[in-house]
Design a binder for this molecule. Structure first.
Ligand code: PLP
Length: 394
């Protein structure tokens, strides 16, 4: 018997789909060889970081200036936040100051800091299904309650349903664009309306409701799509992002939060965020990585690779007769399953294809396919998808 909290046991069960696929993948790779398994279960960027990252890292490693690896202001180095403020200013069309930005341990660290700073016990966070499953845990970490609202049939915002879900307890509406798992990007018009309805609800309940956009996939886009700016939607807008996908550095845990420069009560919010960063035990985002990304604002990994993989994958699915909404960004497909999603994943696994059932993202009847593998692997999975479809139809 262990002393593990009952809640953690429940959480482990809730997050079990990706873990189960991961374990199944490891087992199959050991049995059949890694090159014989089509593992589309994990969203771990495999594109190398840009060459400049290594140059910058080598230079930084040689710097023996005293204090360079020491503690710093909990919000991050002022000169790093200044560089980011400049870049985000041109991306978002507003002028950020360094005190509008907090450097974090990835987007995941940023969201935890945010919920710690904003949520009182029982406060509600609206999340949209299908969702990145970790949101539920982050919200719970800080005493909040997820309020799940489905998206429409194309995975776009259902604004009426979101408006209906807002109550006097709503603190945050959390969106993710480009989306994991659907690849959807919300339009500028939909975001404008979302900002307005959030402001209306805040005025009606006499509360502050924040529109938080989690955007680590912002620069992985297809077919000329763009992610519209968030900051012209409401002054209660907060951006959470990271370099995990942009620079292909997810293990280095470097990201940021950016607040709307005209947010009401902004000093209090940034103060709470800074304290949360410290007392959650992050203390500050990693010093070395802050210095590195400061010099990498103008480069990214070769994310065009994902667009080529998307073409190959769409062809594979089309030929197998599998229906999907074409993603606009990120590196996932979220196709419909012809039978129960778990059963379909089992048929795929028999073909050595690993996918995650949609119910792991709060949406049964779909599967998530991550294309963080070489396009040759994607192309070679075609007979397996066809076979699984034929068996599903029997
Ligand atoms: N948000 C979404 C939607 C993600 O898919 C991920 C990682 O896969 C994260 C946040 C966490 O990213 P980071 O590595 O920046 O913490």
């Amino acid at each position: 018997m262990s002393g593990v909290a009952k809640k953690m046991q429940v959480f482990a069960e809730k997050s079990s789909w990706i873990r189960k696929m991961f374990e199944e993948g490891a087992r199959m790779k050991a049995e059949f060889g890694a090159d014989k398994v089509f593992d589309f279960s994990i969203g771990n960027p495999d594109v190398p970081p840009p060459a400049k990252f290594y140059t910058v890292l080598r230079e930084l490693a040689q710097n023996e200036q005293p204090g360079i690896h020491g503690y710093m202001p909990n919000a991050g180095y002022p000169f790093v936040r200044e560089a980011l403020a400049k870049r985000l200013g041109s991306e978002q069309g507003v002028q950020f100051g360094i005190n509008d930005i907090l450097m974090t341990c990835g987007a995941a660290g940023g969201l935890n800091v945010l919920f710690k700073a904003l949520l009182d016990p029982g406060d509600e966070v609206v999340i949209l299904a299908p969702y990145f499953v970790e949101y539920n845990f982050y919200i719970d970490n800080h005493g909040g309650v997820p309020r799940i609202v489905p998206t429409d049939q194309d995975f776009n915002l259902d604004l009426a349903a979101i408006e209906e879900a807002l109550t006097e307890k709503t603190k945050v509406v959390l969106i993710n664009s480009p989306n994991n798992p659907t690849g959807q990007i919300y339009s500028a018009a939909a975001l404008q309306e979302l900002g307005q309805l959030i402001d209306r609800a805040g005025a009606r309940f006499n509360t502050s409701i924040y529109l938080v956009s989690d955007e680590p996939y912002r620069n992985i886009v297809f077919d000329g799509h763009e992610v519209p700016p968030l900051m012209n939607t409401t002054t209660n807008a907060i951006l959470a992002s990271s370099y995990s996908k942009e620079l292909s550095l997810p293990g280095e845990r470097i990201g940021y939060l950016a607040l709307h420069p005209d947010m009401a009560g902004k000093e209090e919010v940034i103060g709470a965020l800074t304290l949360a960063n410290r007392i959650l035990g992050f203390v500050n985002a990693p010093a070395l990585m802050q210095r590195a990304v400061m010099q990498l604002q103008d480069v990214s990994a070769d994310n065009a690779i994902y667009a080529r993989r998307l073409e190959v994958f769409c062809k594979v699915l089309d030929e197998a007769g599998i229906e999907y909404v074409r993603p606009k960004g990120a590196f996932y497909l979220f196709p419909k399953t012809p039978i129960d999603d778990v059963e379909f994943c089992k048929l795929l696994a028999d073909q050595k294809i690993l996918a995650v059932p949609g119910r792991g993202f709060g949406m049964p009847g779909y599967i998530r396919l991550a294309f963080c593998v070489d396009e040759k692997v994607i192309a070679a999975s075609a007979p397996g998808f066809k076979k699984a479809m034929a068996l599903a139809k029997q």
